[in-house]
Design a protein around this ligand. Structure first.
Ligand SMILES: CC/C=C\CCC/C=C/C(=O)SCCNC(=O)CCNC(=O)[C@H](O)C(C)(C)COP(=O)(O)OP(=O)(O)OC[C@H]1O[C@@H](n2cnc3c(N)ncnc32)[C@H](O)[C@@H]1OP(=O)(O)O
Length: 194
């Protein structure tokens, strides 16, 4: 795990944005590639190590709206299809927020069809992460409430920045949102499935 984190530091947070399957020049050609569908999720894959660095990049607080969730699922699919990819580090491109969780505006005043589509995307995101064949690590570099906490829990390993200001936890009931049954039973009460 330490080696993976060292790798993440080496990969750096210096990815060039706005590119789809762009290869780095000369020596690193065919060793590293980056992709992002719409710039909300940035992926940098190092084929020489098999480690992908995925950064949520939806300022100001990395809200998980329909667009971002969809992009996340597509990015996960691409990595799962890459036979060279063995591990994934999930982190944030922002300085103090991992993710502020679900965008509550996606559930406020929207049509039942939209809300259904949104929750389907939430479930898809969780299935992709929790069910991934990759070794997954959440590098939690800031606040991580609600779905941010659940994303971290869905990873195999979690490491959080050592800063007392940052908090992580399940606060959705304070907002009147109940975590869905598939999540509570699978992740928060795994003994039911053992
Ligand atoms: C796998 C998952 C499966 C199931 C999930 C089930 C349940 C999950 C539910 C949720 O995730 S509910 C959402 C929980 N999140 C929160 O409660 C976060 C609340 N936000 C904060 O605490 C702070 O924003 C912060 C993350 C600590 C960052 O603080 P900062 O001071 O940097 O930013 P600010 O508060 O000014 O926010 C900027 C901007 O963003 C809006 N915002 C923040 N969070 C949300 C949100 N969750 N949904 C919608 N909008 C949000 C905030 O209102 C500001 O908007 P403004 O600039 O227009 O005022």
């Amino acid at each position: 795990m330490a080696a993976l984190l060292k790798q993440s530091a080496r990969l750096g947070l210096s990815g060039r944005h706005g590119q789809v399957f762009c290869r780095l020049p000369w020596a690193l050609s065919f060793q590293r590639y980056m992709f992002n569908a719409n710039k909300k999720i940035l992926v940098e894959m190092d084929k020489s190590t098999g480690v992908a660095l995925m950064k949520m990049a939806n300022p100001p607080v990395n809200l998980l709206n329909l667009e971002t969730l969809t992009e996340f699922a597509i990015s996960m699919e691409k990595l799962e299809l890459d036979k060279d990819c063995k591990g994934l580090i999930l982190t944030s491109s922002l300085s103090k927020v991992f993710t502020a969780g679900l965008d509550i505006m996606e559930m406020c005043g929207k049509s039942p069809e939209h809300v259904t589509e949104f929750w389907r995307a939430v479930q898809e995101m969780w299935l992709k992460l929790y069910g991934s064949n990759l070794v997954t690590i959440a590098a939690i570099n800031g606040f991580s409430p609600g779905a941010g906490c659940l994303m971290a829990l869905a990873c195999d390993y979690r490491i959080m920045a050592d800063n007392v200001k940052y908090s992580i936890g399940l606060n959705e009931t304070q907002l009147g949102i109940v975590a869905p049954f598939w999540l509570v039973t699978r992740e928060l009460r795994p003994s039911l499935f053992s």
